[in-house]
Write a protein that binds this ligand. Structure first.
Ligand SMILES: [Zn+2]
Length: 145
């Protein structure tokens, strides 16, 4: 009897731990990536420097098209199509680093959804639990999932 009770508790604890990890892993990856960007990578200070980093890093993913870099003063990281029709990557503040550029380039490589679009709940969940973690794993470890 005692063994059965204890194994049930163990099972419940494991289930709770697994569920907790499934819900929080996107946040854990976000924290690791942001900290790495803020603490480990030199800040890009000019748009010409930003353009050089984008042009060099996009080769790793086989992206041939021109992607223009836009440097912001506030902390930001995004990619998409500008109103001019040009592809852009915008980074700034703590995210003006190579790691954030790799993250945005990976979204471009995978043709992930642009968050400026109106997303359905299903698309938002896909973005939070699949696209963002995938881009973070690439930016942190260089692994293409
Ligand atoms: Zn992202």
């Amino acid at each position: 009897m005692k063994v059965k009770y204890s194994s049930k508790r163990k099972w419940m604890r494991r289930t709770a731990l697994t569920a907790g990890l499934l819900v929080t892993y996107p946040l854990i990856l976000l924290g690791i990536e942001y900290s790495a960007s803020k603490l480990l990578f030199p800040k890009i200070k000019t748009e010409s420097e930003l353009q050089q980093v984008i042009d060099k890093r996009k080769e790793k993913l086989g992206i041939k098209e021109n992607i223009e870099g836009v440097l912001f003063s506030e902390t930001t990281g995004m990619q998409g199509i500008a109103s001019s029709g040009e592809e852009v990557i915008c980074v700034g503040g703590d995210l003006a680093t190579q790691i954030a550029i790799d993250h945005e380039l990976y979204h471009r490589y995978k043709r992930d959804m642009d968050l400026s679009q109106k997303l359905t709940i299903k698309e938002k969940i896909k973005n939070i639990y699949i696209e963002e973690p995938r881009a973070r794993i690439y930016s942190l470890l260089g692994i293409k999932l």
